[in-house]
Design a binder for this molecule. Structure first.
Ligand SMILES: [Zn+2]
Ligand SMILES: [Zn+2]
Length: 256
């Protein structure tokens, strides 16, 4: 069995090297040929992504220095901290479109790997949440799209982060949300207050959880789910996402 696995791996690597020699992949942004170890982006483009460095410690809103933003001081969210990889701007906006529309988008793998790296740094002095929950999509949305992109990202994160376990069946959506762009903050919060429900709450009682989304806009969706999980007995809820739409960029047509 192991010989067969080793030979499969050998041929896979040999094929990759051969393909790279005759048909090198190109950076999806600048079209420079990629080195064998690079995927999707060249080193220059990867380091130039709009990463969020200094941010609000609660909601990850970009700030001149790490502190708590006025919004979180006034209305602290139910999640303990949000870790967002990038600000929602080009090329992340295009990458997220692909992640939402394509089941095997290379951006899902690449950006999840970059987020996992960021999470390892963020939790180097603390224990990672043991249970990872993708923000559930409504069944009708899954039927239309064929998949839940947050679940794909969560799955990839769990394969990179040791001691984390993916749980998809703990919570579910009870309502299909409306596009956020047509609603103000109060309307969104009202709509979202009964959007999620928890089953098998004994699985999360006293546990530290992380919820995963591709993008967070106002944080209202994640806040509603966090409230639901905390009320069901979770010790704490963290939010992990690929991108955050900062205050200057709230008009984007992003759907919940
Ligand atoms: Zn490039
Ligand atoms: Zn904040």
């Amino acid at each position: 069995m192991s010989v067969s696995f080793n030979s499969q791996l050998f041929f896979k690597i040999a094929l990759k090297k051969l393909k790279h020699q005759f048909l090198p992949s190109r950076c999806s942004l600048c079209l420079e040929p990629l080195l064998l170890a690079q995927e999707l982006y060249c080193l220059n483009c990867e380091t130039s992504l709009p990463y969020i460095d200094q941010a609000c410690v609660r909601c990850s809103e970009p700030l001149p220095q790490s502190s708590t933003c006025p919004n979180c001081q006034k209305n602290p969210p139910y999640f303990s901290r949000c870790i967002a990889l990038c600000d929602y701007q080009y090329p992340i906006s295009t990458a997220l479109k692909n992640i939402k529309q394509t089941l095997h988008a290379p951006e899902t793998k690449k950006l999840s790997a970059l987020l996992a790296k960021r999470l390892k740094r963020a939790y180097r002095a603390q224990t990672l949440p043991s249970i990872v929950i993708p923000i559930p999509a409504h069944p009708l949305k899954i039927l239309r799209r064929g998949f839940n992109q947050s679940a794909l990202i969560a799955h990839r994160l769990c394969s990179e982060l040791s001691m984390t376990h993916l749980h998809q069946g703990i919570c579910y959506r009870t309502q299909l949300g409306k596009p956020q762009k047509t609603q103000n903050r109060a309307q969104r919060l009202k709509l979202l207050s009964h959007t999620f429900a928890v089953r098998n709450s004994e699985l999360i009682e006293g546990k530290s959880l992380a919820i995963v989304d591709d993008i967070t806009t106002t944080g209202a969706t994640a806040n509603a789910l966090s409230k639901c999980l905390v009320e069901a007995g979770a010790k704490s809820v963290d939010l992990w996402c690929i991108a955050k739409t900062s205050w200057h960029n709230q008009s984007s047509s992003i759907k919940i």
